[in-house]
Design a protein around this ligand. Structure first.
Ligand SMILES: Cc1cc2nc3c(=O)[nH]c(=O)nc-3n(C[C@H](O)[C@H](O)[C@H](O)COP(=O)(O)OP(=O)(O)OC[C@H]3O[C@@H](n4cnc5c(N)ncnc54)[C@H](O)[C@@H]3O)c2cc1C
Length: 492
């Protein structure tokens, strides 16, 4: 089939009946559910972009194997030019969503593409696993599917490993083997956008210990597989809020969910790894499943930071406070953060390496530096928005107030900004800013930036250990050479 349209994506959703729980009730029709409707339409727009002459050549290519047009997320990058083709789709999708949707289809399609190219890793342990990941990649690519993923065990007792939890199947684990497939039971988190995807892929961050064999798993199944229950967190909007009052929160909410597997049968041809602690721990670092999507996250993070910076600049300008040094200082800081991330991303792309298996890999150090800095820079951008908007963020009337004749004079007089900024423009802008920095929607966006790629504290620890391994302190050794004391002592 090759690239789908938005309508085909929606048809796919309508053809499935996943078990989705939302605020205490079972959702019977995902597409008609108000909470999901607008986010579905936003994702559908991304699928339509693949056919739009403005984007088509930049974000898709003709697949050598099938002759069909497919998304660049499915391109195995072998050169700098290929990395740029992938960047084009990351950037186009991120710009279309202002960087506010992190798990757009390109994210996990890049993960599976990288696993496919590194099927040698699976082959080391089991030939069937390698065949399965190769076939799965082709299935995804040729049907242009949208995945969610759940790679974290639920937060129960973090001081104990999976096999030490009170219940053997609190964390997702294998129950038994059957001729039809592997039976799995237990939970995984935090499957963003799960209700509106086609399939789910399960794998894990490293950290399994001996005794955790049954939890050392990787597989993918359709999102409506019997026994798979999707329990959504409380929604942050009810799907009926006006676009004027909530221009972002009403459109871009990414639902997060806990996945519960109630004796789900995973067909054997969908099992990529099982019962092997070593393989489960090495999957993430050895297959590019961590590093390749960091390119997508870096591009997406840059656009999101750019968006927050632009909103802050426009907000300050609209009420004339950017004449003050303190405000210029805060805005200058955001602009410098933005430029730092932009530069790091370029370095990651320009300093790419080719792995021994022929895959172009954006550079680890700058990508991980982005991952380490954004969880500090983005919350700071949100703080600056709150500081500059101050009380004005809490005085916006609603769209309904604008439409009421009786209030017209008051609204037109008292909500205006600096000269040339009408009350309508000023209030619209402040509402946009409040969605980002005040609404529960905005707080989730902030929490996403802190945690979407794992615990930033442990990530930075891992980064430092890798940096230390890759970086010898030559300058210090050079500086210490001037002292002759060591030689004199050795001579004695
Ligand atoms: C908005 C959002 C969307 C997400 N989307 C997805 C998704 O689509 N798919 C997915 O799989 N995951 C997703 N995640 C989950 C994300 O991967 C995790 O939040 C992240 O890995 C951190 O794990 P945790 O939340 O369980 O925190 P924990 O690991 O429980 O950490 C909680 C606190 O305890 C500390 N801590 C815990 N264990 C240790 C330890 N061993 N050593 C030192 N300190 C420790 C941490 O530093 C942290 O402060 C999402 C998260 C968020 C917030």
């Amino acid at each position: 089939m090759g690239v789908r349209t938005g309508a085909q994506y929606i048809e796919g959703l309508k053809s499935r009946k996943p078990e989705v729980w939302l605020s205490g009730r079972k959702v019977t029709n995902v597409f008609e559910e108000p909470v999901f409707k607008q986010p579905i339409l936003e994702i559908a727009k991304l699928y339509d972009m693949q056919h739009d002459p403005e984007y088509r050549e930049q974000i898709t290519h003709i697949c050598e194997e099938t002759g069909e047009r497919v998304n660049n997320a499915f391109l195995v990058p072998k050169s700098y030019e290929d990395l740029m083709k992938r960047r084009a789709v990351f950037e186009a999708f991120a710009k279309a969503t202002f960087g506010l949707m992190g798990r757009t289809p390109d994210f996990l399609n890049v993960v599976v593409t990288s696993m496919y190219h590194n099927a040698w890793f699976f082959e080391k342990y089991n030939k069937n696993w390698a065949d399965n990941i190769r076939n799965y990649y082709k299935y995804l690519r040729d049907n242009d599917l949208f995945l969610t993923h759940a790679i974290i065990n639920p937060q129960n007792d973090r001081s104990k490993s999976s096999h030490e939890q009170k219940d053997m199947f609190t964390h997702l684990g294998a129950v038994k083997e059957t001729p039809d497939g592997l039976v799995v039971r237990g939970a995984k988190m935090l499957a963003t956008l799960a209700p509106i995807t086609d399939e789910v892929i399960i794998y894990s961050f490293p950290g399994f210990k001996s005794g955790d064999e049954r939890y050392a798993l990787a597989f993918a199944i359709p999102i409506d597989t019997p026994g798979l229950r999707i329990i959504c967190r409380e929604p942050m909007q009810d799907g009926t809020r006006s676009l004027f009052d909530h221009p972002l929160a009403s459109r871009f909410e990414e639902m997060d969910a806990l996945l519960v597997f109630d004796d789900v049968v995973v067909p054997w041809d969908r099992v990529f790894l099982y019962n092997n602690v070593e393989a489960a721990n090495l999957l993430y670092p050895m297959t590019g499943a961590g590093q390749q999507p960091a390119h997508q996250s870096g591009v997406r993070g840059l656009i999101k930071l750019q968006f927050a910076t632009e909103v802050a600049m426009k907000l300050a300008d609209s009420i004339g406070v950017d004449v003050y040094l303190n405000v210029q200082n805060d805005l200058g800081e955001l602009a410098q953060s933005l430029e730092s991330i932009r530069a790091l991303l370029r370095v990651a792309e320009l300093e790419y390496t080719i792995t021994e298996h022929g895959e172009a890999m954006p550079a680890y150090i700058p990508l991980e530096t982005i991952r380490g800095l954004l969880p500090k820079m983005y919350p700071r951008a949100i703080e600056v928005l709150q500081i500059i908007g101050a009380g004005g963020l809490l005085m916006s009337p609603t769209g309904a107030d604008f439409e009421n004749e009786e209030l017209r004079d008051s609204i037109e007089n008292y909500y205006v900004g600096r000269e040339g900024v009408s009350s309508f423009d000023r209030v619209s802008l402040f509402k946009l800013a409040w969605d980002l920095c005040g609404e529960a929607f905005g707080q989730r966006l902030l929490q996403y930036e802190r945690y979407y790629t794992g615990d930033p504290i442990r990530k930075r620890g891992i980064f430092y250990n890798n940096f230390k391994r890759m970086h010898s302190p030559d300058m210090v050794e050079e500086a210490l050479k001037v002292s002759t004391l060591k030689k004199e002592m050795a001579a004695k």
